[in-house]
Design a protein around this ligand. Structure first.
Ligand code: FAD
Ligand code: NAP
Length: 535
């Protein structure tokens, strides 16, 4: 099989890969995008489970880079369901004629750097290879689904689906005995949907999360017109917010206001749509234990009000972490599901799962017979998709070895020893903890500007220095020191109990916030790409 030559190879055709393709084309480059799936969309292609939708406001999540695109797209709901987002990304692919540069069903197995030739050789699992001067990974932080390490997962003879590998054909729950394992953001969305039609639903919960109401509703034509008019302000608000959302943080500390005022603010946030409760709360809620406890207590009261059975309410209330220190699932009648006769909560902290059998899930309390098991057990987050590609840099150094003690990067975008490689939404990059399209656009534009700078100066090779990597890695660790979420186990902290060697916390995000990240990246560019060697 011959090797095809390109200026750049991009891996992944999600939000990041599609926009990177557009920007590289504008630089006059020949580009090949390699995508494992058979369509565009990434997250929104793979996660077709019932109830999957945004928790970002739809009108803050779409691309902002093209005013015409903004003008012509009408989101139907404030928090659009997955099929609509997939339609949107297909619309973008059509509008910019992107498919001609994308090879689908092409899973990249390896990417090796040849320093003499200044070229990457990228090989797919079916043996095709591609050579390019630049390699951009757009492989997603939440793209590698993980099955639970429970004995017998392969034995079950009924239907079983991981939420991130959901079938393209409709799946019916009508009258069936369904079990859902997992109560993260995905599990919560799935459970509230399955409960509507399942004959019986058993929820297997290991740890509950602090959930808050989504308050979704359709976007009226008037609202759509207003959103179009307001886009400039919306963009600016997203630029200012820590997580790239439209919400504005309350500048006060929760502990400094009196109880009535605090309660009123908590209630207003609880009654408001989206992540205001997380991203627009008092500024100390995610850093001060006492303020965090006040917010958590408020939510615990809400759970008790909404769940009729006090024992179930208690089991749905997190006790091992405070509000917002893990990803906050946004819900629609999630807690009320547990008031239905056809729904039962199994608390795995009391009665752990011992095995999966041919006919169901066995806990220490006995066998729960099921027709269908839904695995909402999450992802090998942030580094998972990197670990599954054999990436080798100068002198054959493996990226997995470079990251053996946790990721190390410069700006979360490049790694010393790995020239001409850029990692959109990579570890230690603000994009992993963001209203993602906002940060993805920043990543892509910054990389594209660097490549334009190289073209203008006749430079062919760029790589960061070990000193720059050390300084950035130190800064990344400092950025998280004050935040309560760094004390808690979750994918934010690189913990995945289903994977060997991943039970200890390691820092995989950048917690300094999107505005600070952006200004650091801009400073580097303005200072002649400080920390990079350009040749
Ligand atoms: P992805 O969309 O994950 O795309 C990566 C692509 O790379 C995939 O198509 C994958 O197949 C491909 N790929 C990976 N490895 C290889 C390989 N070796 N070879 C070839 N192809 C490969 N973020 C928000 O900001 N707001 C939300 O409301 C929101 N909701 C979410 C809901 C769910 C269910 C999930 C899982 C995530 C959600 N996210 C949300 C995060 C979401 O991942 C990002 O918003 C965004 O879609 C990421 O885009 P991406 O292009 O970086 O990665
Ligand atoms: P997740 O947050 O990692 O949750 C996985 C769930 O599975 C947890 O409840 C976990 O329990 C449970 N689990 C894992 N292994 C288990 C085992 N062996 N036995 C029993 N339970 C097990 O994954 P996710 O829910 O897929 O969400 C991942 C991220 O995707 C989110 O944080 C969010 O960023 C994004 N997302 C966003 C939306 C949205 O609203 N737009 C929706 C879905 C996902 P423990 O907590 O005990 O480990």
């Amino acid at each position: 099989m011959g090797t095809e030559e390109f200026n750049a190879v991009v891996i992944g055709a999600g939000v990041a890969g599609l926009y990177q393709l557009i920007r590289l084309r504008r630089l006059g480059m020949s580009v090949r995008v390699l995508e494992a799936g058979d369509g565009v969309g990434g997250t929104w292609y793979w996660n077709r489970y019932p109830g999957c939708r945004f928790d970002s406001e739809s009108w803050t999540y779409g691309y902002f880079f093209d005013p015409d695109l903004l003008d012509e797209w009408h989101w139907s709901e404030h928090f659009a369901p997955q099929p609509e987002t997939l339609r949107y990304l297909n619309h973008v692919a059509d509008r910019f004629d992107l498919r001609r540069d994308i090879t689908f069903e092409a899973r990249v197995a390896s990417a090796h750097w040849d320093d003499d030739a200044t070229r990457w050789t990228v090989t797919t699992t079916d043996g095709h290879s591609y050579r390019s001067q630049f390699l951009v990974t757009a492989i997603g932080a939440l793209s590698t689904p993980i099955m639970p390490n429970i004995p017998g997962v392969d034995r079950f003879r009924g239907e079983s689906h991981h939420t991130a590998r959901w079938p393209h054909e409709p799946v019916s729950f009508e009258g069936k005995r369904v079990g859902v394992i997992g109560t993260g953001a995905t599990g919560v969305q799935t459970i509230q949907e399955v409960a509507k039609t399942a004959g019986h639903l058993t929820v297997f919960q290991r740890n509950p999360n602090w959930c808050a109401p989504l308050h979704n509703r359709p976007i009226t034509d008037d609202e759509q017109a207003q959103i179009r008019e307001d886009y400039k302000q919306i963009m600016e608000r997203c630029r200012q917010n820590y997580g790239g959302f439209v919400h504005e943080t309350d500048k006060r500390n929760a502990v400094d206001v009196d109880e009535a005022e605090r309660e009123a603010v908590f209630q207003r946030l609880y009654d408001s749509p989206g992540f205001g409760i997380w991203m627009g709360n008092f500024r100390d809620v995610l850093v001060n234990e006492e303020s965090n406890r006040l917010m958590s207590d408020f939510l615990a009261r809400k759970i008790r009000e909404r769940v009729q059975d006090p024992d179930t309410a208690e089991r749905l209330t997190p006790r091992n972490h405070g509000f917002g220190t893990r990803r906050v699932p946004l819900e629609t009648n999630y807690y009320e599901v547990y008031n239905q006769d056809n729904v039962r909560l199994v608390d795995l902290r009391d009665t752990p799962i011992t095995e999966i059998t041919e006919t169901g899930v066995r806990t220490t309390d006995g066998l729960v017979e099921l027709d269908m098991i839904v695995y909402a057990t999450g992802f090998d987050a942030v580094t998972g998709a990197f670990d599954r590609i054999d990436i080798r840099g100068v002198d054959g150094e493996r990226l997995t070895d470079h990251w053996a003690n946790g990721p190390r990067t410069y700006l979360g975008l490049n790694i010393p020893g790995f020239p001409n490689l850029f990692t959109i939404v990579g570890p230690h990059n603000a994009a992993t903890f963001c209203n993602m399209t906002r940060c993805i656009e920043q990543n892509v534009e910054w990389i594209s500007d660097l490549l334009a700078h190289m073209q203008a100066n006749g430079q062919e090779r760029v790589v960061s220095t070990p000193e720059a990597e050390q300084a950035w890695t130190d800064h990344v660790f400092e950025s998280g020191e004050k935040l309560l979420f760094t004390k808690v186990d979750s994918w934010f902290m690189g913990v995945n109990k289903n994977l060997e060697g991943r039970t200890e916390k390691r820092f995989v995000l950048y917690a300094g916030g999107a505005p600070q990240y952006r200004s650091r990246c801009d400073e580097v560019a303005e200072d002649d790409y400080r920390g990079f060697v350009l040749q």
